[in-house]
Write a protein that binds this ligand. Structure first.
Ligand SMILES: [Zn+2]
Length: 132
């Protein structure tokens, strides 16, 4: 995805780790998402204890062609990402004018900062960059 801000800056979303992009989860959805994650991990742990159940779990949550199998941890990670992804929505901040753009999957909605001194890096990582 890419789009043009009102200020004429083009905002790109064509790779990972973008400092002008973040995701959000509605507070009304957070509990349900956490319960789904908990259920998925519980199902995985139960399946790990029983080889037959593990085989069924693998086929149920991650149907793949015969002969191809990922490590169970990789499958679980994929399941967890899918659950989180189903709840996430994206937003972007223009690095030039600071507008926030919320994407709900069908519509971009812009919010203009009231103060000109508003930071234009509000969505950048809170963690310091890794040491080189
Ligand atoms: Zn802008």
């Amino acid at each position: 995805m890419k789009f043009r801000c009102v200020c004429d800056t083009v905002i790109y979303d064509q790779t990972d780790f973008l400092p002008w992009k973040a995701t959000y989860i509605a507070d009304e959805d957070k509990q349900a998402m956490m319960e789904e994650l908990d259920a998925a991990m519980d199902m995985y742990l139960q399946a790990r204890a029983d080889p037959d159940m593990h085989e069924r779990w693998h086929r149920q949550v991650y149907p793949v062609e015969a002969g191809f199998r990922d490590a169970p941890r990789v499958v679980l990670t994929s399941v967890l990402w899918d659950i989180v992804g189903a709840y996430e929505r994206r937003f972007y901040q223009c690095e030039t004018c600071g507008r926030l753009w919320l994407w709900d999957g069908t519509l971009l909605t812009a919010f203009k900062p009231e103060a000109p001194e508003t930071s234009t890096t509000l969505l950048a990582s809170m963690k310091p960059p890794p040491a080189v």
